[in-house]
Design a protein around this ligand. Sequence first.
Ligand SMILES: [Zn+2]
Length: 296
Amino acid sequence: MDWIRYSDYEYEIDSEGSLYVKPKENASFSMYNPFNVANDLLIDFLKIGEAARVYFKNKDQAVYEELKRLVFLYAKKYGLLGLISASTYNYNVIGDEDVLLMKNNFIQQTERSIDVLTYMKLFTPFADKDDLSVMVYKNSVDLVKGEDSPKFYGKRPLVMDLIFSKFYAEKLDWIINFAGMLAEHFNQLLVYRASANYLTEHVTILADTFKANKIGFTINQLDKTTISWNFDSLKTTIEVIYAFAVTDENILLSRCEHCGDFYIALSNREKYCNPACRNRANVQKSRQRKSELEAQ
Ligand SMILES: [Zn+2]
């Protein structure tokens, strides 16, 4: 499944004072397959999540600015998350009367259902009628876009036409909320892994946080047999890549014991993200040993 990214993004504040990230007016789009860059996609996102965890604790303005920078770079590299689709039980969203929201959504909605036009406005606060409009015909619904972005003509849910539009925007806070949860999950996982010898039964970390309800796939055969995924959003894609990364014994998503960066380890015994960190950690250890000896 391909996802969309635009060549440039910008921040804009809506009438209620929320900060959104959205494609720049003159930006052009390109498509890519998230699974071809799965490791980077995940590790870059966990970096945002780690900064988010720090920000949730100290509300430091400098950390917030760093988050803005990281999310901007992430959007340029991989596009927006597609939360308009990932937060509902509805399949097409557009054309429905009401939207049924998932319980633990990251878009700060506490109601169970919301009128669809209000919901759409939440993700397109800067678009007017000429930019985007929903046309309701006798037997069908269509999304008309005043720009040139991919249209799927019913091959994919109608909401995809909206997500892939230049007028689709997401709040910085939503992205931070989801990234923070994922990093929190991984950190808890590392704590449990370290104490795995003491666990006597299954531990579920942050139960009910993953809501990847709308995953589809086909099994394809060419020179080898592959899974072709069908996702409703980049958010769901990140969740699934994460789930495989932490459970696949050949991937080993880890955290460097020296600098704290996330990386893919080659074996269980590897503790550092690169040789430089291993050297620095060893120097630190030998200095420590030396000063301990001198103190005796
Ligand atoms: Zn490191």
